[in-house]
Design a protein around this ligand. Structure first.
Ligand code: AMP
Length: 283
């Protein structure tokens, strides 16, 4: 069932709660692909009722980012989510979600700001305010849906770590379930932004997963020196790639690693054809 208002979601949730049903929420920005589908399937398996939100969240985009051109495919999204067994597809307008507080601003919106340490690195460095926007919308979705479980992809690893921190710090009564990265056969991590790439761009985008797989292969052979592991990336990069970062951090705390070990998460962000792509691998 497609629902556009918070009121309608709350009414359904109230009924479900009365019946003692377990509720799962899968927050998305739509343009659903098999990565999103894996989250929805997991949610349907684990929960009695599933709410998939489809909302391109304006407050998590910077002024020069792709908010306006972000792909919007609601009709197909509803079909896919319902086909997988979702009970509600919640697609609010920005007005419905924020009223007048449609920008991150102390004057118009109470928002959730994760600690500086977590946002001042990796994606947060180039996307100032991004994780404030993410935490704020996700907290609103948790409050609106009253879900018992929230489903998130490991694809956005920093996001998942930050959301776990938020849930823990603010005692949000929900359990977060992290789901593995879904990839094309080529290795390319699925992303709604892959739609911006042409054939050549998709080929060039393979460098991200190739770099990560190669680092893991070297680590598995016994190399744990991070500078040496980083060096191996350069043979995959061409003038088609604008590397933003390649970092080695602790998989739970985001602290920088001095040497690689089995708790090390390797994250990469790189632009191809102007499209910002991210990927990661656990060693
Ligand atoms: P988005 O619509 O990009 O905001 O993503 C919504 C959710 O789907 C987030 O929890 C993402 O981490 C997750 N997701 C996106 N791409 C993938 C993927 N390739 N594999 C698994 N989860 C994904």
């Amino acid at each position: 069932m497609l629902v556009h208002t918070i009121k309608d979601v709350r009414e359904k949730v109230k009924e479900w709660k009365k019946e003692g049903l377990v509720i799962g929420v899968v927050p998305t920005m739509g343009a659903l692909h098999d990565g999103h589908a894996s989250l929805i399937k997991k949610a349907v398996e684990k929960c009695d009722r599933v709410i998939v939100s489809v909302f391109v969240n304006p407050i998590q985009f910077g002024p020069s980012e792709d908010y306006d051109k972000y792909p919007r495919t609601l009709e197909a999204d509803v079909k896919l989510a319902e086909g997988l067994g979702a009970d509600i597809i919640f697609a609010p307008t920005p007005d419905e979600m924020y009223g007048e507080g449609q920008r991150l601003s102390n004057d118009t919106l109470t928002y959730v700001a994760p600690p500086f340490f977590y946002v001042n690195k990796l994606c947060g460095k180039s996307r100032v305010g991004h994780f404030d926007g993410v935490c704020t919308v996700v907290m609103k979705l948790f409050n609106i849906t009253q879900a018992d479980y929230g489903f998130f992809g490991q694809k956005d690893a920093q996001q998942l770590i930050i959301l776990r921190k938020m849930v823990n710090d603010l005692n949000v009564p929900i359990e977060l379930i992290g789901c593995p990265i879904v990839r094309e056969d080529s290795g390319l991590a699925l992303s709604s932004r892959n739609k911006y790439l042409d054939e050549q761009g998709k080929k060039d985008a393979l460098a991200l997963s190739m770099i990560l797989n190669n680092i893991k292969a070297c680590y598995d052979k016994g190399v744990n020196n991070i500078s040496a592991l980083k060096e191996t990336a350069f043979s995959f990069l061409t003038e088609a790639h604008e590397l933003e970062y390649l970092e080695f951090v602790d998989k739970d705390t985001l602290e920088d690693k001095e040497t690689a070990d089995n708790n090390t998460l390797v994250l990469i962000a790189c632009r191809v054809q102007g499209v910002r792509l991210i990927d990661n691998i656990l060693l």
